[in-house]
Design a protein around this ligand. Sequence first.
Ligand SMILES: Nc1ncnc2c1ncn2[C@@H]1O[C@H](COP(=O)(O)OP(=O)(O)OP(=O)(O)O)[C@@H](O)[C@H]1O
Length: 243
Amino acid sequence: MNLSWRDVIDILAVATVLYYTYGLLAETRAMNLVRGLIVYVLVWFAAEQLGLTTLSWLLGNAATLGMFALIVVFQPELRGVLERLGRGRLRENRLDVEAARELLRAVERMAARRLGAIVALERRTPLGEYAVTGEVLDARVSARLLETLFTVGTPLHDGGAIMRGRRLVAAGCVFPLSERDDLKYLGTRHRAAVGLSEVSDAFVIVVSEERGTIRIAERGELSPNLTPSELKDRLREVLDEAL
Ligand SMILES: Nc1ncnc2c1ncn2[C@@H]1O[C@H](COP(=O)(O)OP(=O)(O)OP(=O)(O)O)[C@@H](O)[C@H]1O
């Protein structure tokens, strides 16, 4: 078989598309779907090969209907992927050192003042669908801005804030609550932090109004109480640079 330069370009292009598609889907709920689809296709293929006509007819027709259902169910993810493609940014949003320092300063002060707060750092999973549940700000992050936003009695203090890189995207946002039974003893602020980290790869910082504690929710897990310097260490993982 002759391999022409066209084939080489073709193979490289397909590999690139698959690589970026994986990068976009990894850590989102769409990844479970991809695994499910692979099993579905394997069963369908086996049914065809074994001549199980009724089963393969059923799976074939269900697949056509299923495509429409998937577009409806995963509309937020699809929109997020297209938005990212449009912005030409397929990579993770990196926090910069300056924004991280401002964030740390704000969290430390809010914990000391017992201002309840919840700040989500967007990474690969787009959080645009949650940003629009609050007030879209698109402001440069500063400690004073964050502290002001979470001051009790102000219109935006209820709900969570979302950071994308060095920008404060929105505040007063409603995050999904975790349904985990073992977290039912927690209040809604902490359950919302865990809930958002279950459906995305966001790094969510929660300051408790009652206790003045700082905790992080990531990948569906809530950390124990952290000191500001422990939070700084954990932030390095998101930052990937010295703080
Ligand atoms: N779905 C949500 N998304 C974002 N923020 C939320 C959500 N639900 C509640 N909150 C925030 O949590 C606050 C209520 O916190 P609550 O006391 O129930 O929780 P908590 O986890 O015990 O927090 P704290 O320790 O600060 O009291 C609300 O005023 C609101 O600001």
